[in-house]
Write a protein that binds this ligand. Structure first.
Ligand SMILES: O=C(O)CCC(=O)C(=O)O
Ligand SMILES: [Fe+2]
Length: 207
């Protein structure tokens, strides 16, 4: 059984101050109906792929499907690979405009992740690639099945937080969070459906 997680029933935004970082959670940025339409459109219209990375000399498949979108030229490297973005789609631009109003940031790229069931996951990491700059604002949109999102401080072991990211929600990660904390979406044996997460980012060009 998953532990009891904080449940946010009030609409609007919830500021969650953490040591060395900040979260802002909007449980109902999109209405249920609108979120259903967006989920369906993104499942159908994105060219989802299962990428792999080199680990201990072997190619290992990521346990989820991915796709990368952005302004031309916003290529991005992680886990030893460089990704060139697909051009923005109408649905992604619609979502981008909505969240930019809340985040106060103009994003130039988005990483889309598709968790097909509870066995798809994302392990502990920080979004701290050099292209993102020192204190990036990352806006994470959630559609479909709700999943546990866990955070842990890198050096202070008693500092942990988690919440259940629900259908139609937005989570903004900001401040020094990526420098001091890691996050993950663990596997679960709960039977659940598909989930799409979109993390909107600003890629800085160094050349
Ligand atoms: O699926 C999520 O909620 C997290 C995604 C994430 O951490 C990432 O794309 O870097
Ligand atoms: Fe992340």
């Amino acid at each position: 059984m998953d532990p009891q997680l904080p449940f946010f029933s009030e609409p609007g935004s919830h500021l969650i101050p953490l040591k060395d970082g900040e979260l802002v959670y909007f449980p109902h940025l999109f209405s249920g109906e609108e979120a259903n339409l967006l989920l369906k459109a993104l499942l159908e219209n994105i060219h989802w792929q299962q990428e792999s990375m080199m680990m201990y000399g072997k190619q290992v498949l990521f346990p989820r499907l991915m796709a990368w979108f952005g302004d031309a030229g916003s290529s991005y490297s992680f886990s030893g690979k460089t990704y060139h973005p697909f051009p923005w789609t109408k649905d992604l631009l619609y979502i981008k405009n909505r969240i930019e109003k809340e985040a106060g940031v103009t994003f130039n790229s988005v990483l889309a992740n598709r968790y097909r069931n509870g066995q798809d996951s994302m392990g502990w990491h920080a979004d701290d690639e050099p292209e993102l700059g020192r204190d990036p604002v990352i806006a994470s949109v959630n559609l479909g099945a709700s999943r546990r999102f866990m955070l842990r401080h890198k050096t202070e072991k008693d500092q942990r937080y988690e919440l259940e990211l629900q259908h139609g929600s937005l989570l903004i990660m900001k401040g020094a969070l990526q420098h001091h904390w890691q996050h993950q979406v663990p596997k679960t044996t709960r039977p659940l459906g598909e989930r799409i997460n979109l993390t909107f980012r600003v890629i800085r060009h160094t050349c």
